[in-house]
Design a protein around this ligand. Structure first.
Ligand code: UDX
Length: 461
């Protein structure tokens, strides 16, 4: 193992952000870095509850020795919110972080002898502290480059009248970006609930952009594949976005993957008993919520399809997780329901035929990497743009669409789309082609492989 170089990683407190950043941290550790990985106390508590083998957090003042070369050590800091306040309000959470994180990180840097710092883009404003100490810096965007490019052009979008001064969308449409017709309305800063929450998220992203303008960020990394977003990346030369994906989160035997919920591995032995390409996998990531009516309609749709299915019913997926009468008995022989799956192993399993997904970018990259066709069901934010990549640009999936009259995706539609997708050989074979593209990019001398090698060398200095 090469001699240790200490790297400080700081995550944004959400599942879809912690997972790819932690994977990147493990990559750094594989290359001889000692990594200190910082979560908020609240998130760290969730990680420990889900993976008890995860060591208790070293608090920032505990005087514990730094991690060794090749190790990732977890540290947690306050998010600045009292314990009883709702952390699902992203506006409150982000605003509190903007006050609480910089002094905590400054303290760590003074005591840590770090060579470099890598943070989620949503907290890139904290990198100013690192630059004062002469550290190398990088930021990871966990979604697609198309949305990252929009976040890097907020002033221009405001000047062009596409966003108002608070980042809220006007009726003016953004011109197509590469092959993609973008719609900024559902994006992060506009999907955070109340207008106040939207303004806080917008302020946070604006502060990250200001940090870039002040030269505090050396490298902008994105969990994407150059060949899959060629149009956007070629239309967006500066500042340069480095695609390093897909980051294969979750496949590290014996190393914490950063789940917020306990993985139910029994679905893997259940999958072992199913024929190849026979199972519909249904999962909506960590934040999507279905109303009770829609939840029932989905259950009926899976029942009606007659197909085998594996369905992740996370706590909080529905207002009350209450299956229709008789549903569990009816699907007992061909359905498996878990609260959280080892999604990476599931998607790589030969029994999986297709992925019914909310189109969170991590899920999209994981589906692509495993050559799966999608049925798309976005919930909010970038998920609508990610859906557009899948269905319109790559053509590796079909949309699930709400019924205009009832406002739900109906059971008949769900069953019919599953059947249509599984018999759509063009879509299925394009999904396999994309898998090859993604595999080449992370294989030796592939675009993502080379970018990541350059990043790691640059951070070592
Ligand atoms: C959020 C946004 O929705 C997403 O669009 C953004 O890009 C990142 O933050 P989330 O909604 O949780 O993330 O979706 P997604 O990006 O798909 O991330 C979920 C992660 O949880 C994936 O890495 C997936 O493998 C993992 N997962 C999900 C499991 O390990 N098990 C499960 O049962 C479900």
């Amino acid at each position: 193992m090469p001699s240790s170089t200490h790297a400080l990683f700081i995550a944004y407190p959400a599942q879809g952000h912690v997972l790819p950043l932690l994977e990147l941290a493990h990559r750094f550790a594989d290359h001889g870095f000692a990594v200190t990985f910082v979560n908020t106390d609240h998130i760290h508590g969730q990680l420990v509850a889900a993976s008890p083998e995860l060591e208790a957090a070293g608090q920032q003042d505990d005087g514990a020795p730094p991690p060794e070369s090749g190790q990732v050590r977890f540290v947690s800091v306050s998010d600045g919110i009292p314990p009883d306040v709702d952390r699902n309000n992203l506006g409150t959470l982000t605003s509190a972080l903007m006050s609480s994180l910089p002094p905590a990180v400054e303290h760590m840097i003074q005591n840590g002898n770090f060579r470099c710092m890598v943070v989620d883009y949503a907290v890139a404003w904290v990198l100013g502290v690192a630059k004062k100490s002469g550290m190398r810096t990088a930021t990871l965007w966990p979604s697609c480059a198309a949305v990252m490019a929009a976040a890097l052009h907020l002033p221009e979008l405001i000047a062009d009248g596409i966003l108002d001064k608070d980042g809220l969308p006007t009726s003016k449409q953004i011109p197509p970006v590469g092959e993609l017709q973008m719609n900024l309305a559902p994006l992060a800063w506009n999907a955070a609930g109340t207008e106040d929450a939207q303004r806080q998220i917008f302020r946070c992203l604006s502060n990250s952009l200001k940090a870039l303008g002040q030269g505090t960020v050396d490298l902008l990394l994105c969990n994407t594949v150059k060949e899959l977003e060629e149009g956007v990346l070629s239309e967006h030369p500066r500042p340069s976005i480095l695609p390093i994906g897909p980051l294969p989160t979750g496949l590290r035997a014996g190393k914490p993957v950063g789940n917020f919920w306990v993985e139910d591995d029994t679905c893997l032995s259940w999958l072992d008993e199913q024929p190849d390409k026979s199972v519909v996998y249904v999962a909506f990531g960590s934040m999507a919520v279905l109303d009770q009516n829609q939840f029932h309609e989905l259950a009926h749709g899976l029942e009606l399809s007659g197909r085998h299915f594996l369905w992740v019913v996370r706590p909080g997926l529905a207002n009350a997780v209450d299956f229709p009468d008789g549903f569990l008995e009816s699907v007992e022989k061909r359905g498996k329901i878990v609260t959280w799956s080892p999604q990476h192993s599931v998607l790589a399993h030969p029994a999986i035929a297709c992925f019914v997904s909310h189109c969170g970018w991590n899920s999209v990259m994981e589906g692509v990497r495993n050559g799966l066709p999608f049925l798309t069901w976005p919930y909010f934010c970038d998920q609508f743009i990610n859906e557009s990549y899948v269905c319109d640009v790559w053509k590796t999936g079909l949309r699930l669409v709400k019924d205009a009259a009832g406002g739900v995706v109906t059971r008949e539609h769900i069953a019919a789309r599953i059947e249509k997708l599984l018999n759509d050989s063009a879509t299925v074979s394009r999904a396999s082609e994309l898998q090859q593209v993604a595999s080449r990019s992370i294989g030796k001398d592939g675009t993502s492989f080379n970018n990541l090698t350059d990043v790691i060398n640059a951070m070592k200095g």
